[in-house]
Write a protein that binds this ligand. Structure first.
Ligand SMILES: Nc1ncnc2c1ncn2[C@@H]1O[C@H](COP(=O)(O)OP(=O)(O)OP(=O)(O)O)[C@@H](O)[C@H]1O
Length: 306
């Protein structure tokens, strides 16, 4: 199946001369949830703004559903929904008027049944006659999504969907993204919260200093770049790692009460069996053991720090 979004050799140099994007290439498949991760200033907003037609690129091309974002602007814009971080509409307007107006902006015919479904699905139907100023923070965020869905886009951009919201609201937002997945909308989200990408995304792209440094299926990424640690709780504490075990990547934890072995998850031979055997021969006994796996956060920091 052809990708829903194709970015080819995209460049952006701002008028100041600053190059914010360098030769970006990216394909997004229909129906996937893609998380774009990157530190502050990496170029996430610039990339999304170009795709949504808010900023002009200085090289390369972007197509949405086969349409070019410059040449076929109307086609691409109507296929894209952008969920910004904040509501900018009139606080005295009602929920219903807001979503209705958004739909007409894209020249779509009125469709009350569709808008009712969106509002019901996002638990806003009861609030349809409320003025925006009377909504809670969580409702406002959901309304932003309803607004972006009002013209039935096939790709939805969520820019930092949970920036600055409390834990409960974040969880609500994650549920909403699950709902979007079920409706078949392709979702591209930017986030600083790695935990969020780990939880929601199918694939992850990492952008740093204007370059995409990695695009990978989330599970494969964690398997490929992840490290595991085997922690052995020692019967007798050690003051240093015995010289005879220098060949292993070992360190001491808990003031010498535990021995930590770090290994790569993707290697065929983890070395655990020979380590356990060598420990036995060295007379080192343990009372308990467990393993820990590096998080996406560890992987991300390793990548960005080169
Ligand atoms: N209008 C502009 N003129 C000049 N430079 C800009 C302009 N807009 C953005 N930049 C620069 O481009 C780089 C990328 O910015 P961008 O906002 O895309 O990053 P980001 O990854 O979205 O960051 P954040 O996570 O902080 O929102 C930054 O160094 C920024 O200062």
């Amino acid at each position: 199946m052809a990708p829903i979004l194709t970015v080819k050799n995209l460049d952006k140099t701002y008028e100041s001369g600053f190059q914010a994007l360098k030769d970006i290439n990216l394909n997004i498949e229909k129906g996937e949830i893609f998380a774009l991760l990157g530190p502050n200033g990496a170029g996430k907003t610039t990339l999304i703004s170009i795709i949504c037609g808010i900023v002009n690129s200085t090289g390369g091309s972007v197509t949405v559903d086969g349409y070019d974002i410059v040449r076929d602007y109307r086609h691409t814009r109507s296929r894209i929904g952008l969920v910004p971080q904040e509501l900018t509409r009139d606080a005295f307007e009602t929920v219903w008027a807001t979503v209705n107006f958004s739909r007409t902006l894209f020249g779509k015919p009125r469709d009350d049944a569709y808008l009712e479904k969106v509002l019901r699905d996002l638990s806003l139907w009861d609030k349809r006659n409320n003025q925006l100023r009377t909504l809670s923070g969580g409702m406002k965020r959901r309304l932003l999504i309803a607004k972006a869905l009002s013209h039935e886009p096939s790709v939805l951009f969520l820019d930092e969907p949970t920036a600055g919201v409390d834990v409960e609201l974040r969880q609500g937002m994650w549920e909403t993204v699950e709902y979007l997945r079920e409706t078949g909308v392709t979702v591209i989200l930017t986030t600083h919260y790695i935990e969020e990408a780990e939880l929601m995304a199918d694939r992850i792209g990492v952008i740093n200093q204007g370059e995409i440094i990695l695009v990978e299926n989330k599970r494969q990424l964690m398997k490929k770049l992840g490290q595991k640690q085997l922690v052995l709780q020692l019967r007798e504490p050690l003051s240093s790692v015995p010289a005879g075990l220098a060949a292993y990547s070992l360190s001491l934890g808990d003031n010498g009460e535990s021995l930590i072995y770090t290994y790569q998850t993707q290697s065929a031979q983890t070395g655990i069996d020979s380590l356990l055997q060598d420990l036995g021969e060295a007379g080192i006994r343990f009372t308990d053991l467990h393993t820990t796996q590096s998080s996406l956060e560890d992987i991300f920091l390793d990548l960005v720090n080169g």
